[in-house]
Design a binder for this molecule. Structure first.
Ligand code: B16
Ligand code: MG
Length: 218
């Protein structure tokens, strides 16, 4: 095993694009409550926990509900979301990711998942990647959401690596902040003007080259 470096991957927006399914389910929920929810507004929900996402959605709709009703809506949203997730296959792994994981495996570099999603293990199973990860940290295991570093620090602990030796791959601003707060190397996936706090930024996952990965190891 190479102990010089390890990787921690975010799930939604890095390994797969589940944001489109979250969007469909949140939009339908908003519509059932009598207001619209746009793709642009959905950007605010990326990387945010399920409970915090509902709070943001209700704020957009200017709606106040009892705790009981909120719990029921969280279940309703997740059931619809899972109906999409259950149809996922390996075809939905984002471009370049299979090559990056293969490179890490070939070079005996450990990698973990660090996701806010409570559905993360199911999604990894659906796309056939669950057995490739040395460790998985998901929304069930942390109490503090990104930008808090908890999710990545727990990932480093599970990988038995010092945080400074971990490289985080993230698409959300909150995730990049969490990686930086954990003293890790941050790679942002997306717009470099938005993810300007990341140590490195790639427009999309297909742009991560093996040359770049080699430069990080050495
Ligand atoms: P769940 P990530 C995050 O995944 C999503 O980006 C965010 O939109 C979602 O609300 C959150 O997971 C919780 O998901 O409802 O499945 O528990 O980007 O941290 O992998
Ligand atoms: Mg993400």
């Amino acid at each position: 095993m190479n102990t010089k470096i390890a990787f921690i991957f975010d799930l939604d927006g890095v390994i797969v694009d589940t944001a489109k399914y979250h969007f469909l389910a949140w939009r339908n929920l908003a519509n059932s409550l009598g207001f619209d929810f746009t793709k642009k507004q959905n950007e605010q929900l990326k990387g945010v926990s399920r409970v915090a996402s509902l709070e943001l959605l209700l704020k957009i709709g200017n709606i106040k509900l009892s705790e009981e009703k909120k719990q029921a809506l969280l279940i309703q949203k997740n059931e619809e979301y899972l109906s999409y997730v259950n149809k996922m296959t390996s075809d939905e792994i984002l471009p370049g990711i299979a090559k990056v994981l293969e490179f890490l495996i070939d070079n005996k570099i450990k990698f973990a998942l660090g996701s806010a999603s409570k559905n993360a293990p199911l999604i990894l199973k659906k796309v056939g990647l669950i057995n490739k990860f040395t460790a998985i940290v998901d929304g069930n295991q942390v109490s503090k959401a990104k930008p808090d570093p908890e999710v990545f620090l727990l990932g480093a602990k599970k990988l038995d690596m010092n945080p400074e030796k971990c490289v985080v791959v993230e698409d959300a601003i909150a995730g990049v902040k969490a990686a930086n707060a954990a003293d890790m190397i941050s790679i942002g996936i997306g717009d470099k003007t938005v993810l300007n706090e990341a140590n490195y930024v790639f427009e999309d996952t297909s742009k991560i080259t093996t040359e770049f990965l080699k430069s990080l190891i050495n």
